[in-house]
Design a protein around this ligand. Structure first.
Ligand SMILES: NC(=O)c1ccc[n+]([C@@H]2O[C@H](COP(=O)([O-])OP(=O)(O)OC[C@H]3O[C@@H](n4cnc5c(N)ncnc54)[C@H](O)[C@@H]3O)[C@@H](O)[C@H]2O)c1
Ligand SMILES: O=C(O)C[C@H](O)C(=O)O
Length: 340
């Protein structure tokens, strides 16, 4: 399991995040109810991984008739073999989602080879807007984990339409991007992936900001273990990590690591782990960024995004993060016009 505890590096400041307890409401068996919207590659796999935890009730929603129902039944029927008794419900509506503590939103188009994530903006903004409205009307205490791309702009849409506090709207991207960087380093150094800590900040796009300075193997800075040109190549491969998989798959995009990352965030919330994970949240002055959604280190617990944790950044790192935030801001201006 990933543990972004900064490998012994102390954050120099934390800012409060206006936590409001979500209540973490129980489902029918007294287990927390987690809704997954979108029963495609990421959503279906997320529902499966959640079911395997044997700790939640899972509701899987999609607009295609039969698909969420069929996948829910299939996942349920794996239970006796795998040793879980999770109740999994598939539906084309939202009534079953009432009382959800967390929803993972994966509904929307994936990109095709040659496309950027930003090209999904118009279609996916409409989908996310309607999904968030349906969810929040039935589960006012909900915490939303956004997965749909373009990720940071979709978090912005959810903030605009939901009326929820910013602590309860969190984008999944940094855990995935960091997991990719960890994997590349582990492969290069022939060490187990879980022994590598990494931190990737910024928007989930071409401007993302992998931070080699905060990347360690069993506490040792990776810069002591790899020559600069190898590290530069890994940083580039991390930035292009999503496109690499889109190019290989030909149809659709990554879903095993994305679903694992989303479930890691659900677990951090439900187990009140207070782990520091890179997540896309609305910044309010942290890192000098005001009123923009971008990937930053966030303490995740029962209250959702409980605190943005400020690591010391060099001038170069800070300027890369600002540039990434500026790119997100530009996209959000477009989406605001679309939704006006
Ligand atoms: N944030 C990340 O790091 C990350 C990682 C992987 C994928 N993604 C994004 O997640 C999204 C889903 O990817 P996927 O591979 O699962 O795609 P997919 O095509 O396999 O599944 C998407 C599902 O959404 C459903 N859907 C569409 N409109 C809906 C609506 N209004 N209500 C409910 N369901 C609806 C579709 O019917 C489909 O089943 C894409 O936008 C992709 O780019 C993001
Ligand atoms: O690359 C994509 O389009 C999907 C996702 O954002 C990813 O990084 O795998």
């Amino acid at each position: 399991m990933s543990r972004f505890n900064a490998g012994g590096i102390q954050p120099h400041a934390c800012s409060g995040f206006g936590i409001q307890e979500s209540g973490l409401i129980g489902g029918d068996m007294g287990r927390p109810k987690i809704t997954v919207v979108g029963a495609g590659n990421v959503g279906g796999t997320t529902a499966q991984r959640l079911a395997e935890k044997d700790a939640y009730d899972v509701v899987l929603v999609d607009i295609i008739e039969g698909v969420p129902q069929g996948k829910a039944l299939d996942i349920s029927q794996a239970g006796p073999v795998c040793g879980y008794s999770t109740r999994v419900v598939g539906t084309n509506g939202y009534d079953e989602t009432a009382g959800s503590s967390v929803a993972v939103i994966t509904s929307g188009m994936p990109r095709k080879p040659g496309m950027s994530r930003d090209e999904l903006l118009t279609t996916n903004a409409r989908i996310v807007k309607s999904v968030v409205t349906e969810l929040v009307s039935r589960s006012p205490g909900i915490i939303l984990i956004l997965v749909t791309n373009p990720l940071d702009a979709m978090v912005h849409v959810a903030l605009q339409v939901s009326g929820l506090p910013k602590s309860r709207i969190i984008g999944m991207a940094g855990v995935l991007d960091s997991a990719r960087m960890r994997t590349f380093i582990a492969t290069e150094l022939k060490v187990p992936g879980p022994e590598v800590e990494a931190m990737v900040l910024g928007g989930h796009g071409d401007t993302m900001v992998p931070l080699p300075r905060y990347t360690t193997v069993k506490g040792r800075p990776v810069s002591e273990l790899l020559p600069k040109e190898r590290l530069d190549a890994i940083v580039k491969r991390t930035r292009d990590g999503g496109a690499e998989i889109v190019g290989l798959l030909k149809t659709g995009s990554a879903f095993y690591a994305p679903s694992a990352s989303a479930v890691d965030m659900v677990e951090a919330i439900h187990r009140d782990q207070k782990r520091v994970l890179p997540c896309a949240v609305l910044c309010d002055g942290e890192y000098g960024l005001k009123n923009v959604v971008v990937g930053v280190p966030v303490k995740i617990g029962r209250g959702g995004a409980e605190q943005v944790v400020e690591y010391e950044l060099t001038a170069e790192e800070r300027s890369a993060l600002s540039a990434s935030a500026a790119a997100v801001r530009e996209l959000c201006t477009v989406v605001d016009r679309l939704m006006a």
